[in-house]
Design a protein around this ligand. Structure first.
Ligand code: NAD
Ligand code: DAU
Length: 394
């Protein structure tokens, strides 16, 4: 049932990652500060970049919260183009020392006087789970808002210095620096009809999405005020390898493998638009190479499903009974439908998703089947307490 050709057993990187990506000419080597690289999308992105760009350096700054897991990067940890630093994006001193290069010198991380000061930031670091933001919004404010501002300010100080950029000047002059803010479709809020474009007003409904929207506004402000070359991407719901099993799909797959009930909030008719994580990573790569500073790009694969449709199909793929579905009390403020118009990134940057929903779903199921020790270890830890708190009285 599950297509083995889509993934390699250990890391889940598919042969479909071998595709032509346009190479930008005449730029100095890229040194990426990837924040939150030990999480779900960040670790997939690091695998992608290491595979696709033999001359790019990566510094991964991650606080290793409950969602950060260095096992996601086991095959990368000894790569000479990759360094891991445990730290908080809201730590002004640390972030400043990374941008100035002092950190690398002080920690002997720069053999051959290699310059590891970032010229690109890809900011994945975030508290990312809506349900946790409903329990306690504080860490979302700290990381998603304050942390983003600390990164923006360090980039401004070290990339622009005391220069005030002329807003009418050719933005190409600001390259090769790019501050890529990885945002989400949730900032637009919920809509029953139509699709959100990059021009749609922001209307976030959860503490999580409000904190991401605040970060987007800060990014926009740093572009408008200082001409810091910021690009914002807003992607729909991802699925794929290494997703922490608090999110619907890995929670459902792992519960089904354990023959445990799958909790569906409310009537199960909320709609999400799903994209395979490797397609998201490729879209970010296109954006780094061809995106324009000051622009926003929606990213989606046009694969809308109600939660119920999704779980019915998942149980079919897994050959598990539909009776595992258990309706539970709804999420407070639950957004009914997310839907993105992603025509801009396809028109302007030439990106298209490579994976259909069916391929993404089978590939994801396959990964969790083949990486049981990864998710079982997580489920034995603090996760069990979280799960009881979230679901036992629901
Ligand atoms: P995740 O929760 O799996 O990973 C978040 C990572 O950030 C973890 O490794 C964590 O340790 C790290 N982190 C948290 N706080 C930090 C801090 N203060 N300093 C440094 N590191 C910190 O999240 P994800 O699903 O991979 O999402 C990554 C980004 O993509 C987030 O910004 C999220 O808003 C955005 N996004 C996610 C989705 C999705 O479907 N998962 C869709 C669109 C956008
Ligand atoms: O849309 C992008 C966003 O997708 C990202 O910005 C977020 O970081 C990411 O967490 C995700 O948010 P959602 O709230 O859409 O994802 P989640 O997997 O938590 O829920 C998906 C849908 O499934 C949603 O309608 C709520 C529902 N759900 C979720 C869980 C965890 C259930 O019915 N039962 C569950 O147990």
């Amino acid at each position: 049932m599950v297509r083995r050709d889509l993934l390699t057993k250990t890391q889940g990187l598919s042969s479909k990652t071998q595709y032509p990506i346009p190479k930008t000419q005449n730029l100095r080597p890229k040194t990426l500060l990837v924040t939150g690289g030990a999480g779900f999308i960040g670790s997939n992105f690091i695998h992608h970049i290491i595979t696709e760009h033999s001359d790019w350096e990566i510094v991964n700054l991650d606080k290793l919260t409950y969602a950060g897991n260095l096992e996601n990067l086991q095959d990368t940890e000894n790569n000479p183009r990759y360094r891991f630093i445990k730290g908080d994006i809201a730590d002004r001193k640390l972030v400043g020392a990374l941008f100035s290069g002092e950190y690398f010198a002080a920690n002997s991380l720069t053999p051959n006087t290699q310059d590891l000061r970032p010229n690109i930031v890809v900011n994945f670091a975030a508290e990312s789970h809506v349900d946790r933001s409903i329990l306690d919004a504080s860490p979302f404010i700290e990381t998603n808002i304050k942390g983003t501002q600390v990164l923006l300010e360090a980039a401004r100080t070290h990339w622009l210095g005391s220069k005030t950029q002329d807003p009418t000047s050719n933005t190409q002059d600001l390259r090769p620096n790019i501050f890529l803010q990885v945002s989400t479709d949730e900032v637009y809020g919920s809509t029953e009809k139509g699709k959100f474009t990059e021009e749609s007003p922001l209307s976030p409904n959860s503490p999580y999405s409000a904190s991401k929207a605040a970060a987007d506004f800060l990014c926009h402000a740093y572009w408008k005020t200082y001409q810091l070359p910021v690009i914002i991407t807003r992607c729909s719901n991802n699925l794929g390898p290494f997703q922490f099993p608090e999110k619907l799909i890995p929670l459902a797959i792992t519960n089904a493998l354990e023959n445990k009930p799958i909790p569906i909030y409310g009537d199960g008719l909320n709609v999400r638009d799903w994209i395979y994580v490797l397609d998201h990573c490729r879209a970010l790569d296109f954006t780094l190479q061809k995106g324009k500073p000051g622009e926003i790009y929606n990213i989606a694969a046009n694969e809308e499903r109600t939660n119920l449709e999704l779980i019915h199909r998942l149980l079919d793929v897994m050959d598990k009974p539909q009776s595992l579905i258990k309706f539970v009390a709804d999420r407070p403020g639950h957004d009914r439908r997310y839907a993105l118009d992603a025509s801009k990134i396809s028109r302007e940057l030439g990106w298209q998703p490579n994976y259909s929903f069916e391929e993404a779903l089978t590939a994801t199921v396959d990964w969790y089947l083949n990486n049981e020790s990864w998710w079982r270890k997580i489920k034995r830890g603090d996760y069990a307490k979280y799960y009881a708190r979230m679901y036992s009285h629901r």
